[in-house]
Design a protein around this ligand. Structure first.
Ligand SMILES: NC(=O)c1ccc[n+]([C@@H]2O[C@H](COP(=O)([O-])OP(=O)(O)OC[C@H]3O[C@@H](n4cnc5c(N)ncnc54)[C@H](O)[C@@H]3O)[C@@H](O)[C@H]2O)c1
Length: 408
């Protein structure tokens, strides 16, 4: 039963691809407890596409505002909470403006892209007492939550180290080099844009945060020169927006407004992010991390090893593999005991995580015993590793996170 008096009123800024998940969650799945009241973006065509999609789903279309009328929208539509799903480097602008206007915020990851912007957000939360939630959907993936439970229960004792390898394949991984992400000024590079997820999971599992970070990385595969150097035909990397009606509507037909190309050549000039990154970190708990992110892998997924004083956890999740279906395995290896394969939920993956995230954000209040809901401090802590690693790439030296100028 819908109750217009108690439903929280949400507006979304950044009506791009990711917005669809939240719009569906708000206007379709959780319409009994939440209400979508407006959209804002710099691009009107994209907002109109979302409204058409909402109508197709049986939901009412909502008013559209140019991004410059953000504050007007908050007042006129009596917005309680703003969802920020814009380009990463613009998150801070809307988070701070919403907080200063007395609203709460749910922001997509990464919370922001550099230490100065991060501090602005922390200062605004301190000044206003407002609430910022970072939408870390990986916390809502059952197997990652399971790791948190197993470690918190002390099953493998105190954690000595984590070895974490994330692979992005030549389909999804390549996409970062076609879109705005390819410019570090927009995304902070993959150590921020993508690895914020991974460093958040590690902080959450360890219940700690990074103290010192060293990194090496480079553009090895994409970008000008590399296709020739490695003998790759650019053809399989070409994306045709015309072949996907939603991508055509959202980007091809919206290009005349802002000139944005979502289908850039991954080997064209202008790439300022890395595609191969190695990080070594020490945590306040004493644990160490070895981390590798590869954005040009034949399959996509993760391998994690957690070494404890009483045993070890080994996780492999294959999210995408041209040779087969997504699958995974989780092993608990205690000293002197045979390895134990732990059951994994039949429902893993992005869509499950997103469904659980939307239920937690927009559904009725529910218990959260593992602490999946991430606030501005978790958002900032997840960024410390990437910020320090980015600085280390420039200086060639280890970086203490206390030297980043972010006061938690
Ligand atoms: N957690 C996840 O699984 C996940 C997945 C995809 C994207 N994301 C995050 O969602 C956000 C959006 O990514 P996307 O893939 O939808 O990108 P997108 O390019 O499809 O959408 C970005 C939108 O922001 C708008 N925009 C750009 N600059 C703006 C500004 N200054 N003011 C207002 N609007 C502006 C664009 O017009 C566009 O509509 C990013 O922060 C990204 O990291 C998270």
């Amino acid at each position: 039963m819908r109750d217009p008096l108690t439903r929280k009123r949400y507006a979304l800024i950044g009506a791009g691809h990711r917005a669809s998940t939240f719009l569906h969650g708000l206007a379709v799945e959780h319409a009994g407890t939440a209400e979508l009241v407006a959209l804002a973006d710099v691009n009107r065509t994209r907002m109109a596409a979302h409204n058409r999609r909402l109508s197709g789903l049986g939901a009412d279309p909502v008013p559209e505002y140019p991004a410059t009328d953000f504050l007007t929208m908050l007042d006129k539509e009596s917005v309680d909470t703003v969802l920020v799903t814009t380009v990463d480097s613009t998150h801070d602008e809307y988070i701070v403006a919403a907080l200063n206007a007395g609203r709460n915020v749910v922001t997509e990851k990464p919370m922001t892209t550099d230490p100065a912007r991060c501090q602005r957000i922390l200062d605004a939360v301190a000044a206003t007492g407002g609430e910022v939630t970072v939408a870390f959907n990986y916390r809502y993936q059952p197997v990652f939550e399971r790791l948190r439970e197993i470690i918190a229960a002390g099953e493998i004792g105190e954690i000595g180290s984590v070895h974490f390898e994330w692979l992005l394949d030549t389909r999804h991984g390549a996409d970062y080099f076609r879109r705005w992400h390819r410019d570090k000024a927009n995304s902070g590079g993959l150590l921020v844009h993508k690895a914020t997820h991974h460093f958040d999971l590690i902080n959450w599992w360890l219940d700690s945060e990074p103290a010192e970070v060293y990194a090496q990385g480079r553009l090895f595969f994409y970008g000008p020169e590399n296709a020739k150097l490695h003998g790759h035909d650019p053809a399989p990397f070409t994306l045709s927006l015309d072949e996907d009606p939603w991508l055509r509507e959202l980007y091809q037909e919206a290009r005349h407004e802002d000139g944005y190309r979502r289908d850039q050549d991954v080997f064209a000039p202008g790439v300022s992010i890395e595609d191969d990154l190695a990080v070594l970190a020490r945590y306040h708990s004493g644990a160490t991390l070895t981390y590798h992110l590869t954005a040009y892998s034949p399959w996509e997924g993760v391998r994690v090893m957690v070494n404890g004083s009483h045993g070890r956890l080994e996780l492999e999740v294959v999210e995408a593999d041209p040779g087969g279906q997504p699958h995974g395995s989780l092993w608990l290896r205690k000293f002197w005991q045979p390895p134990q394969q732990l059951p994994m939920s039949a429902e893993e993956g992005h869509s499950t995580a997103d469904r659980r995230l939307c239920a937690a954000l927009f559904g009725p209040a529910a218990e959260d015993p593992t602490g999946k809901r991430a606030d501005h401090l978790a958002g900032a802590r997840s960024l410390l590793t990437g910020f320090a690693a980015n600085r280390s790439l420039v200086t060639g030296a280890p970086v203490r996170t206390t030297d980043l100028g972010v006061r938690l």
